[in-house]
Design a protein around this ligand. Structure first.
Ligand code: ADP
Ligand code: MG
Length: 251
């Protein structure tokens, strides 16, 4: 189902004046970034430009220094309670899958709902089997991650995040570690999610995906958001030299 247009709903993610330092190196500079409920945003930019750091600040895998971050009405500050609330609502998928190697696929999907949401084994199993079906991997439920292909592991990682019933899904280069023939099966799952109205922030260089589902493409360089726009404008008429140079390299 389509969500309300961006203009009519309060932002689900709001970063204003955000900075981040590692020691004396500043890696995020005055980040102002807003995402509406149901919006799909693709973030691109050169390696080291701060894309991962920025999205990891959204679920406080990294702590920002200056500025404010509000996620789903909760401010990310030093309150651990707030961090717990936000982490429950924000699912994340990483380049390297990050599945628990010693747990089966099904156990990977049920551990957080049981431990964090307090679901019973039966409830958690039901939800897990539903999402395994959705990512078309039901028959692998009792295998271990190492027995699966990269594409299958990444689909499991997406299903695992969905089992927590997140309001927002963050993806950090989810197809970059995959063999080329497995990229599409993961993108297909992401496109499906986007079509259902999931709020998504995806760091990816899959520009076909960006054109298909993104409401907005954001280009970062050297810790700043340099340019953003609807895909049709962003790709056909980038305004900044750095954006043009980047697009030339990857397309
Ligand atoms: P991107 O995802 O765009 O490649 P990152 O957010 O990973 O960029 O990194 C931004 C900058 O921060 C890079 O210069 C990187 O070397 C640096 N950086 C990332 N993580 C750390 C860390 N844990 N400690 C120190 N520097 C880091
Ligand atoms: Mg990165």
């Amino acid at each position: 189902m389509e969500q309300a247009p961006a203009e009519t709903s309060a932002p689900i993610i709001q970063m204003s004046g955000v900075t981040k330092w590692y020691g004396d190196v500043q890696v995020l500079k005055d980040i102002n970034f807003t995402v509406a409920r149901g919006e799909r945003v693709v973030i691109c930019g050169p390696s080291g430009s701060g894309k991962s750091t920025m999205i990891r600040c959204i679920n406080r895998l990294e702590e920002h220094r200056d500025g404010r971050i509000m996620v789903n009405g909760v401010e990310l500050d030093h309150s651990t309670r707030n961090v717990d609330v936000v982490r429950r609502d924000v699912g994340m998928v990483f380049q390297q899958f990050n599945l628990f190697p010693h747990l089966t696929v099904l156990q990977n999907l049920t551990i957080a709902p049981r431990k964090i949401r307090g679901a019973t084994r039966q409830e958690a199993d039901e939800v897990a089997r539903y999402f395994l079906e959705r990512v078309r991997i039901s028959e692998q439920a009792d295998k271990y991650p190492s027995q699966l292909s990269g594409g299958q592991q990444q689909r499991v990682a997406i299903a695992r995040a969905l089992c927590m019933k997140p309001q927002i899904m963050l993806f950090d280069e989810p197809t970059s570690a995959l063999d080329p023939e497995m990229i599409q099966e993961v993108l297909d799952v992401m496109v499906g999610l986007a079509r259902e109205g999931m709020t998504m922030v995806c760091v990816t260089h899959e520009m076909g995906f960006a054109r298909t589902v993104a409401d907005r493409v954001v280009f970062m360089d050297a810790g700043r958001i340099i340019e953003e726009g609807a895909p049709v404008d962003f790709f056909s008429d980038p305004k900044q030299d750095r954006t043009r140079a980047f697009l030339k390299q990857i397309m």
